[in-house]
Design a protein around this ligand. Structure first.
Ligand SMILES: *Cc1c(COP(=O)(O)O)cnc(C)c1O
Length: 394
């Protein structure tokens, strides 16, 4: 036996298999849109983050092709050396206007935006306060910071204030970080209350609006816009990989924030900037959202239609305040069975089980998009009803 057989990894994989959590990934054979082919079978797709149908939109594809012809395939460099093309500058300027902020700075993904920004804006002697349900990229970003960390209970303002009362005076800066929309339940952060507490205790605020960008607020301007909190949130982070349809992340806020982060956010110094094809598509995506609220409107119409039909059919769909719709099955094994049977009948929804959500809170997380038709959604509801007849519920 040699160490190079990687037996230490085999033991871990075997453990997953024993627990029943080992997975072989589904293979998508078409663009990620309303109808897809997965592992050779055509199904209604209720699992993607392609909220507005931009991921395969002809206008974005055309803009992408044009950008390739003008600027080539690769940016050829990290942003801080020679990877900052006029195309990237334009996207940042357009995003700042769209978000109604002084400035915006684009990263290669939402994930590495959190990984880069949090450590660059905090230091030894600071404290970070993070909601317990914040996204994994925030958790990793916080780990990279030299600041002290504390976690408050999910959206629990009493717990948040308790920590502020106890600790605020011991630190230079205190940064409160929250998701704008929580991705597993679809609930919104209590941003007005968070901002009030931040102002009372002189703290900075940081919102990761990955599931709010392109979804909430006027024309999809995000959760901060939804709550009319412009000027009162210091750092607004978002992804360009979900509603915007392509790939990337951004932080929007003050001009001086951009000046500092441009030179000190490590993903911009040590990882190549986004390729022209992606940036060109994103410029078009921001333009389309700015021009019309038709995309966000059909997203919300479709999500209201699906939620109403599912509630009428007696399903527990939690307390979502966004298009994210958790269909609660609770039991882990039953949730996996529901997902398999729904796929056989013609709708794909991936099961969300422990450790992504707590034990006994397993669910099928339905992601409706602007591009679904109501007849597709009605079919999906009918399939849910049929599967419940076959498998029962808890
Ligand atoms: C999806 C998501 C991200 C990651 O965005 P990518 O652009 O896919 O890397 C970051 N934060 C939150 C809250 C998310 O939901």
């Amino acid at each position: 036996m040699s160490i190079h057989d990687l037996d230490f990894l085999k033991a871990k994989v075997d453990q997953l298999k024993a627990e029943g959590t080992f997975r072989v990934l589904p293979i998508l054979e078409t663009p990620n849109e309303a109808m897809v082919i997965i592992n050779g079978k055509e199904v209604i797709n209720l699992t993607s983050n392609n909220y507005l149908g931009f991921a395969n939109h002809p206008r974005l594809k055309q803009a992408s092709i044009k950008a390739i012809e003008q600027f080539g395939i690769g940016s050829g460099s990290v942003k801080t050396i020679l990877g900052n093309m006029s195309l990237h500058e334009q996207l940042e300027a357009d995003l700042a206007v769209f978000k109604k902020e002084e400035a915006a700075l684009v990263f290669q993904s939402g994930f590495n935006c959190n990984a880069g920004v949090i450590q660059a804006i905090t230091d030894l002697g600071d404290l970070i306060l993070s909601d317990e349900l914040n996204h994994a990229s925030i958790i990793d970003g916080v780990k990279l910071s030299k600041a002290d960390k504390a976690v408050y209970k999910h959206s629990d303002m009493i717990d948040l204030e308790r920590i502020l009362k106890e600790k605020r005076t011991q630190y230079t800066n205190v940064l409160i970080i929250t998701d704008g929309v929580f991705s597993m339940d679809g609930d919104l952060a209590l941003l007005p209350q968070i901002v009030d507490l931040a102002e009372k205790y002189a703290c900075l605020t940081y919102v990761d609006d990955a599931h709010g960008s392109g979804v909430l607020g006027e024309n999809g301007r995000g959760t901060v816009d939804h709550f009319h909190l412009h000027e009162r949130i210091d750092f607004t982070i978002g992804t360009l990989s979900k509603a915007f349809g392509a790939m990337g992340g951004y932080v929007a806020g003050k001009k001086v924030m951009k000046e500092w982060l441009t030179l000190r956010a490590r993903p911009l110094l040590f990882s190549t900037s986004l390729p022209p094809a992606v940036v060109g598509a994103l410029i078009e995506g921001v333009k389309m959202m700015s021009e019309s609220d038709a995309y966000t409107k059909s997203l919300w119409d479709n999500s209201a239609y699906f939620k109403t039909k599912m509630s009428q059919a007696g399903f527990d769909i939690g307390h979502s305040e966004s298009p994210i719709t958790p269909v609660m099955i609770f039991d882990e094994a039953l949730t996996v069975k529901y997902s398999k049977r729904l796929y056989e009948l013609g709708v794909y929804i991936s099961p969300i089980i422990f450790p992504t959500v707590p034990k006994g809170k397993a669910r099928l997380r339905v992601m409706v998009s602007a591009a679904h038709t109501q007849s597709q959604l009605q079919k999906a509801v009918d399939m849910f009803i049929q599967v419940r007849k076959e498998l029962g519920s808890i």
